[in-house]
Design a binder for this molecule. Structure first.
Ligand SMILES: *Cc1c(COP(=O)(O)O)cnc(C)c1O
Length: 357
């Protein structure tokens, strides 16, 4: 297989052993003589996978007993409307820290009053706003903990006077989270915990049942809780790969261990960006994401952008083009991205510096 250094923002790199176990299960699941995608989702063997997956989530994130973990379809994008549909009675508050937050705000507006407590839009979302007031009469406060496109991250579990809802699509399982500070946490799996096709929702049960509108069954959290994420046919293969990914994470030492590794990787790359006169980071230092590292050519070197892209590509770097709204480069260094890959990118930046300074 070709050597690549995969820095894709999502779908992203996954542990090799999760992929390998997936290939085996696609061929013959548990010596059943059938593929995992051919068996009944009501079978004992499948039920065991669901139970294992749920148990791994609860164990790895120390999720308290009054929470449920759901595995749904529709991506994080469907949660942008499911959250307000299930929780917004009158008014909700949102922190606007990027494109994903904006999309969540847009969907919520269909269900009630939406207050944007602060926004960093005017500075291309290069930082997390710090000064804002969360209205005490809001039904919930919504944040995006990691802004995948802009490379900013909320590093602490913040206090909120109203139920806190977080889109953690791109930093879930990258660090410990104090789940009890949140009423609901959701995200698409494809950034850090699995392939596209499954969405995780961690939900504190007492926040439900407070809206009066009719909620269609498939969009109703309560229905999915009662159905144990099997109200309809679940995305079996993505859930299976997610389970293998979480097993890999557990073996590694869980979120406490991966946080240390992730910080080392991020320090290595940001260190090079700050040292190398050709490059410049785009996010405010205190808000720098541990997962998505955004950088551009430094002033005076702008004309070298295409040249560096070609140079990096020729050395096997994949997926480092920045999002069109930021430009430059973005290296996504999720859990399964080995430190050697980050080192390879750093070496690449250093070689490029030697030939172009
Ligand atoms: C990718 C992403 C989304 C969208 O996820 P889908 O599963 O594709 O709908 C939402 N929020 C954040 C923070 C993301 O990174």
């Amino acid at each position: 297989m070709k050597t690549t250094y995969n820095f894709n923002a999502g779908p992203c790199i996954l542990p090799k052993e999760a992929i390998k176990t997936g290939i085996d299960a696609l061929q013959d699941f548990n010596n059943s003589g059938m593929s995992i995608v051919e068996i009944s989702h009501r079978s004992k063997d499948w039920e065991a996978v669901m139970n294992e997956c749920r148990a791994l989530w609860k164990e790895l994130l120390h999720i308290p007993d009054n929470y449920e973990v759901l595995f749904l379809g529709g991506g994080a994008s469907l949660q942008f409307c499911m959250v307000p549909m299930n929780l917004l009675n009158r008014k909700a508050a949102y922190l606007e820290t990027g494109v994903w937050a904006k999309k969540a705000i847009k969907e919520a507006k269909a269900f009630g009053e939406v207050v944007t407590v602060a926004s960093s839009a005017e500075s291309t979302f290069n930082h997390i706003p710090k000064d804002f007031n969360i209205p005490a009469d809001a039904d919930y406060f919504h944040i995006t903990t990691n802004n995948t496109i802009y490379g900013t991250e909320i590093h602490t579990d913040m206090d909120s006077p109203v139920p806190l809802v977080a889109d953690m699509s791109s930093d879930i399982m990258s660090r410990p989270v104090n789940v009890s500070k949140y009423a609901l946490i959701y995200g698409g799996a494809q950034k850090n915990v699995g392939p596209a096709g499954v969405t995780f929702v961690i939900i504190r049960k007492d926040i439900l049942g407070k809206v009066s509108r009719h909620i269609p069954s498939m969009l109703n959290y309560q229905i999915h809780i009662e159905g144990e994420s099997m109200f309809n046919t679940p995305p079996v293969f993505p859930i299976f790969i997610m389970t293998q990914t979480l097993k890999w994470l557990k073996k590694l030492g869980g979120v406490e261990a991966i946080r240390k590794i992730n910080r080392e990787k991020a320090d290595l790359l940001y260190g090079e960006i700050d040292r190398n006169p050709l490059f410049k980071g785009t996010a405010a230092k205190e808000d720098r994401s541990v997962m998505n590292v955004c950088f551009v050519m430094a002033p005076g070197y702008e004309s070298l952008e295409a040249g560096f892209m070609d140079f990096a590509k020729s050395r096997g770097m994949v997926g480092i083009k920045g999002h069109r709204s930021v430009g430059g480069f973005r290296a996504s260094i999720y859990n399964a991205c080995p430190k050697e890959n980050v080192q390879a990118l750093v070496n690449c930046m250093q070689e490029f510096e030697k030939t172009h300074k």
